[in-house]
Design a protein around this ligand. Structure first.
Ligand SMILES: Nc1ncnc2c1ncn2[C@@H]1O[C@H](COP(=O)(O)OP(=O)(O)OP(=O)(O)O)[C@@H](O)[C@H]1O
Length: 484
């Protein structure tokens, strides 16, 4: 057990886990690695959400994330295995299946450590599974909106080795007609992967924004470099990201009204003509990604990076693309070597900062090696421990699992449904329910520290969101009436 389990006020629910340490930090909170005590071979990633700024407890963002994730069951989408709300301080913990790798680290490893490209089979398998998960989400009216390499997880050793899992639905929204204006929720997609319509000020978003991000990620898998690495403007809540657009135009050329008729309606296109309506020559996407114009990979990529969102390829269409029908065929284990005897890439496991506990505080005790075999942070713990990467370890490679296109259709049966003449969420079978483990947990109420059963939980969360809305309404009314 790591030091992080030694605190006096450790909540009781946590006792089913051995908390190993912190593995990451995002906009919405910290991510921890834990082991289930009753089954130490099972690793869990526990995401602790930060409190909302106004101290109202569980934030609406978190509520949406839970509501979405409880409904979602797909091999290529990360599984939410448990939810915990601490009623004392209204902090929220989500327990997900743990994935040893993510595309950010895989790309980084190839670029900075092994110094060679990711093999074609792996790129194709990663991309296919990413599209497969995304197709499922889009079929269920969910736009991810924050796709980027660190949100695309890949399973390590075990039965699911090399399987892609889309993670982080912190910004995802269920989208229905009429679409909600973007600005209500502020910034959506991380800038490098942000679609041009959003950069040009579109007030509505569609699943096409995710496909743009997939195009950027596909190019990054091929070249090991972010495709459009713009300098972010951070001044106002949703500033005009001129540099990001500029980076895109430099590679793809400037969009034209002929190719993208609704372009003229976009706010920034009108307001900043001088900067963004030039007509300079671009080197061409194919030269940046080093692909010939005839290569099916290039054809698919250029369809993902189509300017007009209405013409951009959908996830369902992309899965049917010729690229996935030619050798090497994509497979379920994206990390197996392309040919028997070919060199295996030893991807590093996640470093774990064993000195940081759930409160984000540091125990100031020396780190201990995690029994999980995960890498741990430096040996002397300080308040600002910089985790070090472990020595890469060889991965056990199981039998090669590759799929024929027909096999993939079966594998993807649910997610392919309803994608012909428009998306039809009703035709996609969705499993509801909760793991038996979660049911056991809910029977043990504790002092402000209980597990909430799924339906009650959703109701409670909805109530919390409604209450928050009511509070804001009362607050706004008060301001109107009293002029404050
Ligand atoms: N289920 C998981 N298993 C293993 N690692 C995970 C899991 N979920 C998230 N991570 C990792 O934890 C780190 C932080 O993730 P998180 O989703 O909080 O933030 P982010 O995606 O890096 O940034 P942001 O939230 O600002 O978009 C990332 O490196 C991510 O790959």
């Amino acid at each position: 057990m790591g030091d992080v389990n030694r605190g006096n006020n450790r909540p009781e629910w946590l006792q089913q886990y051995d908390l190993i340490g912190k593995i990451g930090e995002g906009t919405y909170g910290l991510v921890f690695l834990a082991k289930i005590k009753s089954n130490r071979s099972k690793s869990i990633a526990i995401k602790k959400f930060k409190q909302s700024k106004d101290g109202d407890g569980v934030s609406p963002t978190a509520i949406r994330e839970i509501m979405l994730l409880r409904e979602i069951t797909h091999e290529n989408v990360v599984k939410l295995v448990n939810v915990h709300i601490n009623h004392v301080d209204m902090s929220l913990y989500l327990a997900f299946d743990y994935a040893e790798h993510d595309l950010y680290e895989i790309i980084r490893h190839h670029r900075d450590k092994v110094n060679h490209a990711i093999n074609q089979y792996t790129v194709k398998s990663l991309l296919w599974q990413l599209l497969n998960g995304l197709n499922y989400l889009h079929s269920n009216w969910i736009v991810h909106r924050d796709l980027k390499p660190s949100n695309i997880l890949v399973m390590g050793e075990g039965e699911e080795q090399g399987v892609v899992k889309i993670a982080d639905f912190g910004l995802a929204r269920i989208y229905q007609a009429p679409l909600k204006p973007l600005f209500e929720n502020g910034v959506v997609v991380t800038i490098w992967y942000r679609a041009p319509e959003l950069l040009l000020g579109a007030k509505h978003y569609t699943s096409a924004v995710d496909m743009w991000a997939v195009g950027c990620i596909f190019a990054e898998l091929l070249t090991l470099k972010p495709l459009f690495q713009g300098q972010e403007v951070k001044a106002t809540p949703n500033p005009f990201q001129l540099d990001q657009l500029d980076k895109i135009f430099k590679v793809l050329g400037h969009p034209t009204q002929e190719k993208w008729p609704t372009l003229v309606n976009l706010p920034h296109w009108q307001s900043d003509q001088q900067h963004i309506q030039g007509h300079n020559d671009s080197p061409g996407l194919y030269s940046v990604v080093h692909l010939s114009l005839k290569n099916p990979a290039y054809d698919l990529l250029s369809k993902m990076l189509e300017y007009d969102p209405r013409k951009r390829i959908t996830a369902a269409q992309a899965l049917e693309h010729e690229y996935f029908r030619m050798e090497p065929l994509p497979g379920r284990n994206a990390l197996v070597p392309p040919q028997p005897g070919e060199k295996i890439v030893n991807y590093p496991i996640r470093p774990v900062d064993t000195t940081t506990d759930f409160e984000g505080t540091t125990s100031l005790q020396p780190s201990q090696p995690a029994s999980s075999g995960n890498a741990v942070s430096g040996s002397i713990a300080g308040p600002h421990v910089v985790p070090t990467r472990s020595v890469p370890r060889p991965m056990h490679m199981g039998g090669m699992q590759r799929m024929q296109p027909q096999g993939m259709t079966a594998y993807n049966l649910a997610s392919q449904a309803g994608m012909g003449a428009g998306m039809n969420p009703a035709s996609v079978p969705m499993q509801r329910g909760v793991t038996p483990q979660a049911h056991q947990q809910q029977k043990r109420p504790r002092n402000g520290d209980d597990w909430i059963p799924p339906t009650t939980e959703i109701k409670a969360l909805l109530r919390a969101e409604r209450d928050l809305g009511r509070k804001m309404w009362i607050f706004r009314k008060g301001r109107e009436e009293f002029g404050k």
